[in-house]
Every structure is written in structure tokens, then in C-alpha cells.
Design a protein around this ligand. Structure first.
Ligand SMILES: C[C@H](O)[C@H](O)[C@H]1CNC2=NC(N)=NC(=O)C2=N1
Length: 94
């Protein structure tokens, strides 16, 4: 899998809500009612990641916030798989 160009990444970001391109990955911050809701979200992301065998970096902070960063380690950049995972994550919080 080859890394997408900056142009391709910026175009694909338009199909996602509030994700940004930073530090060679796509990233979004989420805020929840409380810590338990945040952890429930993180566990649902873990299940999606396992299903895809494609894993994000997950930061749980500030009690009820979660930051997700996704890149494709083997490609050293952002690939289609990262956008697929981001779309799955967005479906999980609807
Ligand atoms: C062996 C296993 O399939 C690989 O290490 C997978 C696991 N999850 C992964 N996740 C991400 N984000 N990038 C990868 O290159 C990757 N590779």
C-alpha cells in the first residue's frame, strides 16, 4: 500500500467530519459525557481496528476526551486504509 499525496489526503478529508491532517496522520478529537462513555467509544474503536487489522494511536485524556491519530506504519504515511478506519469510527459515534 503506498502513501497518498498531500493533495489526495486533503481531498479525502472533505468526506470526513472534522478530521485534520497533522504529523503525517489523520486526526480527530472527541469529547464524551464522562470517562465511561469515552472508554466505551475507545473499546468500540478497538473492535473495528482489530477487524481491519489496522490500528490507530489512541489518547484518552482530560477525563472525557479521546484523540485518535491514524496512519499506515508500513507505508510511512496516510493510505486508503486510514480513511477506511476513520469512516468506520465515524459510523460508531452516530
Ligand atoms: C502484522 C500486522 O498485520 C501489521 O503489523 C498491521 C497491524 N496494524 C497496522 N496498523 C496501522 N495503522 N498500520 C500498519 O501498517 C499496520 N500493520
Amino acid at each position: 500500500m503506498t502513501a497518498l499525496t498531500n493533495q489526495q489526503i486533503l481531498e479525502q478529508l472533505n468526506s470526513l467530519k472534522s478530521w485534520i491532517y497533522v504529523n503525517n496522520s489523520i486526526s480527530k478529537e472527541f469529547e464524551f459525557k464522562d470517562f465511561i462513555q469515552a472508554m466505551a467509544f475507545v473499546n468500540s474503536v478497538a473492535l473495528e481496528a482489530e477487524k481491519m487489522d489496522h490500528h490507530p494511536d489512541i489518547l484518552i485524556y482530560g477525563w472525557n476526551k479521546v484523540k485518535i491519530n491514524i496512519s499506515t506504519h508500513s507505508a510511512g504515511g496516510v493510505t486508503e486504509k486510514d480513511f477506511q478506519l476513520a469512516k468506520k469510527i465515524e459510523e460508531r459515534i452516530k
